[in-house]
Design a protein around this ligand. Structure first.
Ligand code: ZN
Length: 75
């Protein structure tokens, strides 16, 4: 799968980080879930609390990340 272009974190400008979660279910096939978070974890960036996901495709997660509203507190 092609990796979509991800905008930097709208809060701190750090690169976006993609997390892929494959549910460890040997009995029922569960969909892989994609999350996008700020790579600046643990440094107080509010994006860590408003990550995107879960999404069933990386493209959908990327679209939601790239079109998210800018932080309201920055004005
Ligand atoms: Zn950030």
């Amino acid at each position: 799968m092609d990796t979509p272009i991800l905008l930097p974190c709208p809060w701190c400008g750090a690169p976006a980080a993609v997390e892929v979660y494959c549910p460890p279910s040997p009995y029922e096939p569960a969909p892989t879930e994609y999350f996008i978070n700020c790579s600046h974890e643990g440094a107080g960036c509010p994006a860590n609390l408003v990550f995107v996901g879960p999404c069933l495709t990386l493209a959908e997660a990327a679209r939601r990340w790239n079109t998210r509203a800018p932080p309201a507190a920055s004005r």
